[in-house]
Each structure stands twice: as structure tokens, then as C-alpha cells.
Design a protein around this ligand. Structure first.
Ligand SMILES: NC(=O)c1ccc[n+]([C@@H]2O[C@H](COP(=O)([O-])OP(=O)(O)OC[C@H]3O[C@@H](n4cnc5c(N)ncnc54)[C@H](OP(=O)(O)O)[C@@H]3O)[C@@H](O)[C@H]2O)c1
Length: 273
């Protein structure tokens, strides 16, 4: 597998989005089959995935607890990236809360649940219109200075916000929605490319939607691959800073997605999508 740099860390260029191991629409509470969820996480690591994306808000908390249960003590080189700044008052709600006190509480909780002294990549999950962005980013910069966070990342941001954040702290990654079927973050991707910032597309399979696009299905047939593999291979070819984190709670889908790292699209096939 090709690799990508996150600061001085080097990870394989196909990660795993762990949100989907909680297999209900609201990403709330426990997975329907806890043992199976743990199996999926362990299988991802066995297949060579060494970048796992999670968040305090998945469950909330359950996702991080399961990751530690499945994989701690973590294999050498495994990077668990988590996120802060969302509150979950009830299943249907994902409310921005990037006040420094909430971010601090999230960090202490994540360190405990993930059984770590330091988070390798700590991402501000969203921008909270009620809190100056510089204050939220400044809180993550303080955490880094205190040694509790190795690298800082952002999520759901604009180019302007990335520029503002980079004046406060080095930013190693940006996580925005991006896939074959949703390219609205193209400007952010180009900005990341220009500055060597890893771009983590969330919904890389368009939450499944990218898989039913007829061009994708046709190309998959031609290449004897699956539509998901074509969608992932397209992302990998799209930019050298792309670090896809497809999510699944299904072992067969996991194997299929990881195998997509080996599928290289020709320039012609790439352009056809
Ligand atoms: N920063 C943010 O705001 C944000 C928001 C959302 C997600 N995320 C992160 O991004 C990661 C990826 O996003 P995502 O999981 O929502 O979306 P995704 O990877 O685009 O799609 C996941 C959906 O596709 C299905 N799927 C996965 N592999 C498949 C395959 N090979 N064939 C057919 N269907 C397949 C999954 O169902 P099965 O489980 O049945 O395979 C699931 O329903 C998440 O896990 C999470 O870590 C971040």
C-alpha cells in the first residue's frame, strides 16, 4: 500500500472509518453485535490498515471504547485519529459545541477511553458559530503544547478557515465530505494539495450513493472490480494527499475496500468518471 505523511507519522494510504461499526442510522449506543464489531476492527488492522478514524461523538463514546477493546495495546505504527467538538443530547442530534471547556472534556475522555497518553491526530470535528474559530483552534494548539495531542486536524472547514487555523497551529489534515458523487470540497482539496495537508474524504462512497452511478458500475464490470473499489481507486488517483477512510461494519465490504488500494485506474478510466 502507498503511504502518506501526517507530520512525521507515515500511514498507509487507505484508512478505516470506524463510525460504521455502530450499525444504526443515528450512530448511537452499542453496535447490534459487539463481538462482530470488534472482529471488523481487528481484521482492518490485520489487513494492513494503520489509520483508524473515530470521534468522541460516535456512540457517543462507544466507538472509542470498542477500538481500545479490539486493538489495545496498539500495534506499532497504528494511528488512531479522533475528533472533538460535537455534542449528542439525543440520537438524532449532532450539535456543534467547540467551547474550550467542552473540547477539554472531550480530550480527557478520549485519552481515557482510547487508553492513550497522547492522541496522534486530534481533529476539530466542526466549526461552532457560537465560538470564535480561533478560540477553538487555539485550545487544540494548547493541548499540543501540553503534550496531550501530537498533531492537529480540522473537519468540515473552508479554505479561509484552514488559512486562519494555520496561523495558530500546524494543520496536518482536513476531513471534509468528498466523493465521486459530491465534489463540493474541490477547492479545499486543492488547497490541501498545495500545502501538503492530508485530505480525508468522509462519505468516500457517498454513503453508498457513489456505488450506483452507472459509469462507476460499468467501469467496475470492465475491470472485474466492485463499484466500491472503483470509487476508492478514483479517490486515490485524484490526489496524492487523499487518505480515504471508507466505513463499514461488514467484513466482506472491509476486505473489498482494502483491496481497492491495489486497483490503479488508467488515465482514461479516471477521466471517464
Ligand atoms: N468529519 C465528519 O463530519 C464525518 C461525517 C461522517 C463520517 N465521517 C467519517 O468518515 C468515515 C467514512 O464515512 P461513512 O462511513 O459515513 O461513509 P462511506 O464510507 O461513504 O459509506 C459507508 C456506507 O457504505 C456502505 N459500504 C461500505 N463499503 C461498501 C462496499 N464495499 N460495498 C457496498 N457498500 C459499502 C456501508 O454499509 P456496510 O456497513 O453495510 O458496509 C455504509 O452504509 C466514517 O466511518 C467516519 O469515520 C466523518
Amino acid at each position: 500500500m502507498n503511504t502518506i505523511r501526517l507530520g512525521e507519522l507515515n500511514v498507509n494510504r487507505l484508512g478505516f472509518g470506524a463510525m460504521r461499526i455502530i450499525d444504526n442510522d443515528d450512530i448511537w449506543g452499542e453496535p447490534s453485535d459487539r463481538k462482530h464489531a470488534i472482529k471488523v476492527l481487528r481484521r482492518a488492522a490485520e489487513l494492513g490498515v494503520n489509520f483508524i478514524d473515530t470521534a468522541e461523538s460516535y456512540g457517543p463514546h462507544t466507538d472509542e471504547i470498542l477500538i481500545a477493546e479490539a486493538l489495545h495495546p496498539y500495534p506499532k505504527g497504528l494511528v488512531v485519529a479522533t475528533k472533538c467538538g460535537l455534542s449528542r443530547p439525543r440520537p438524532s442530534r449532532w450539535d456543534a459545541d467547540c467551547r474550550p471547556e467542552k473540547l477539554r472534556k472531550d480530550l480527557e475522555g478520549s485519552l481515557k477511553r482510547l487508553r492513550l497518553d497522547r492522541i496522534d491526530l486530534y481533529q476539530l470535528h466542526t466549526v461552532d458559530s457560537k465560538v470564535p474559530f480561533e478560540v477553538s483552534v487555539g485550545t487544540l494548539a494548547d493541548m499540543q503544547r501540553e503534550g496531550k495531542v501530537r498533531h492537529v486536524g480540522l473537519s468540515n472547514v473552508t479554505v479561509k478557515q484552514i488559512e486562519a487555523a494555520r496561523k495558530i497551529v500546524p494543520i496536518v489534515s482536513v476531513q471534509n465530505r468528498y466523493s465521486l458523487s459530491d465534489r463540493s470540497s474541490e477547492a479545499v482539496l486543492l488547497h490541501c494539495e498545495k500545502h501538503g495537508i492530508a485530505f480525508l474524504p468522509w462519505y468516500p462512497l457517498g454513503d453508498g450513493a457513489a456505488l450506483s452511478v452507472s459509469k462507476v458500475k460499468k467501469l467496475a464490470e470492465k475491470l472485474k472490480a466492485s463499484p466500491a473499489q472503483v470509487a476508492i481507486a478514483w479517490l486515490l488517483k485524484k490526489s496524492p494527499v487523499m487518505l480515504p477512510i471508507p466505513g463499514t461494519g461488514n467484513l466482506a465490504h472491509l476486505e473489498e475496500n482494502v483491496a481497492a488500494a491495489k486497483l490503479e485506474l488508467s488515465n482514461e478510466d479516471f477521466r471517464s468518471l
